[in-house]
Design a protein around this ligand. Sequence first.
Ligand SMILES: C[S@@+](CC[C@H](N)C(=O)[O-])C[C@H]1O[C@@H](n2cnc3c(N)ncnc32)[C@H](O)[C@@H]1O
Length: 289
Amino acid sequence: MINKPFKKIDNCESWEKQNYEFWENQVKKYGYDVKSTNFDLLAEELELFYLEKFVNDGEVICDLGCGNGRTIIELAKKKQNTIFYGFDFVEEMVDVANEKKKKLGLGNVFFYLMDACSEDLKVKFFSRFDKVITKRLLINLKGESKLKAIENIHSILKDHGVYIMVECFLGPLTKINSIREKLNLNKIKVKKFNEYISKDFMRQIEVLFKAKKQIDFESLYYFVSRIFNAYLSTGEPDYLASINKLAIELTKIGVRLVEDYSPEKIIILQKLSNNRNIGGKAYENTNSK
Ligand SMILES: C[S@@+](CC[C@H](N)C(=O)[O-])C[C@H]1O[C@@H](n2cnc3c(N)ncnc32)[C@H](O)[C@@H]1O
């Protein structure tokens, strides 16, 4: 039985509270629709296209901050010999995911209510997964919480397990915004409770993970949608504009015209051995086998 994470932090306007309430409202509004977790349907399609390449038969895979479960439900449909676990700290997200799983009769995907930063996660799922995915989870966490989540990911991975980080980085957003500014387009803002990944953060986690590969899978699409389509649109740009769809198709067939213009990237990280240090603090495994 998994303990429930906090439901709400009362009487405080912390980023944690904003984070929780934002996602709770999204799922109440949109349920299993992709809009619960992402308004950019085409970007979502591209993420899935690339993620699929990293899922192998016989693996046990965790999606931490799985939202309404769409990503691993889609993967579980295609990869019947892979076991998927999805964790999210919003009860309604987990309920919607479980309903969909039941409706589809999928036996290889499981959803649980769980806070990515909790001790519970580490204790209950220690060394259980071949791979852990985070798809825009870390950007919702700040400071110590972000580090705690990273330590938990390290703990729940098997030895030499792989962390597939699908997160948004600060550098490319700054580059896109500087072009937008020159074209008199509004700057793209991040949500108040979001904190994009910095180079410093990536350096901090080097004690726990070794970066094996970086996949800049979205630059062409992001450049086309956030510069070309934004500039050419009268009024609100349409996420599903033909020019955006073209960028997706070109990316899928391997066309790369620009680099490092998408905040979102996939970083493949390999777990290093335990009992290392992060942020100067001793990090110990209390659950050694
Ligand atoms: C941007 S959405 C992404 C959802 C999913 N990974 C996807 O790509 O569709 C972020 C998700 O992280 C979840 N989340 C945020 N903070 C969390 C935490 N501390 N523990 C677990 N889940 C969290 C939110 O509830 C939300 O479902």
